[in-house]
Design a protein around this ligand. Sequence first.
Ligand code: ADQ
Length: 489
Amino acid sequence: NRRSRGRPMKQRLLVVANRLPVSAVRRGEDSWYLEVSAGGLVSALLGVKDVDARWIGWAGVNVPDEVGQRALTKALAEKRCIPVFLDEEIAHQYYNGYCNNILWPLFHYLGLPQEDRLATTRSFQSQFDAYKRANKMFADVVNMHYQEGDVVWCHDYHLMFLPKCLKEYNSKMKVGWFLHTPFPSSEIHRTLPSRSELLRSVLAADIVGFHTYDYARHFVSACTRILGLEGTPEGVEDQGMLTRVAAFPIGIDSDRFKRALELPAVKEHINELTHRFAGRKVMLGVDRLDMIKGIPQKILAFEKFLEENPSWRDKVVLLQIAVPTRTDVPEYQKLTSQVHEIVGRINGRFGTLTAVPIHHLDRSLDFHALCALYAVTDVALVTSLRDGMNLVSYEFVACQGSKKGVLILSEFAGAAQSLGAGALLVNPWNITEVAASIGYALNMSPDEREKRHRHNYAHVTTHTAQDWAETFVSELNDTVVEAQLRTRQ
Ligand code: ADQ
């Protein structure tokens, strides 16, 4: 068994991510209330066998005083979490600035900020300096808690500078880095002023992982074209040292969804929703309210469908659940108003005194409510303009045991690579095509629905979050062993 080769039974894994999987609320000078979020990453790591995982990350709150920091550190330790404290100015420049204003849009093909966006923020260089300083602070905390034999798994675009910092502390540290967003074409990455420095920092890791083979290929091309290094089928080689680059498609904990659907409260909720929308087909969108999710385009496509198919107007409803994010950023506020405006217009145009075609909620739903919604949905609409993977598409499939609903999925979501054969793939920019796919999905024969659903369900239930984490950690171990053998030869 390659997974247990020569390793102690319980290996310590340090998971480093920008945010801890815990929200902290201050109750008093030295008292904190903690709420653990049962996100995908948490359940993925809970399922990894023989691994003792600890989290290192920012608690998302500014804690300037030592008393508060000590109390929070103590409270978090019980949840196996270790905080990184960032002061407000660095956190702002690193997180709102370089991460979310520069890297997030660039990696989703929305380009670098235009001058008007730059003018309202500090200069690009000072944001990058803050990014590096913040990454160094993460590295300090990892280094403080690292013990020989640990493996360190760094997550996402917030921490691209971390592998280099860690290896400078200890070249023997096993370090993996995984990107949750797309890695764009090298032509896009080339526009980034700090393009080379970031690539070199990531290459310091022993293994670099992406959701899809395409993203991995883009990364290797960026290294060959921008840094002039050699790309091999295994990864990128620099002066005889290989950084392995590979695709590790994430999944979900599908059993968690299946178990939820068996709960009496969820069943009751399903009955209520079925009754509430009786006589109408239910279409569903669940997204963070972000430009990359293509929410306005989706709603416009639904409008076009209603326009062209009057007979469906009182027989279908679109439920769009959009959880607000980055609400302090003007572009996100603009997006919210734009979505509200379009929804209002369509409901005014096609609604009646007793029903409206779109129910739009600006909020998050709790897990059980979400499962019930997925279960009653006939057609899910995932129309991201770009998306690393998109787990909503997986969650919908996992909850469709008996209904066998149809998934309309953007070809620009990583999930299109895995659920493409079962879903109806669309170009989200092509509103005519999406509107036609809505019609096709609503009229699909039970046989075709069954066939498509079977394909997707098999994938979602066999390529789980646990497998993803286990494979990454296992490959990280093996890669380092191989690298050490190569050096000795
Ligand atoms: P996200 O951009 O957050 O993740 P996604 O993969 O769809 O996108 O995950 C969102 C999660 O939040 C899902 O578990 C979903 O259930 C939940 N969620 C979204 N809207 C919600 C709402 N209104 N109410 C309740 N829950 C809601 C990033 C990348 C993705 C990549 C993941 C994992 O952008 O491409 O798939 O990381 O790597």
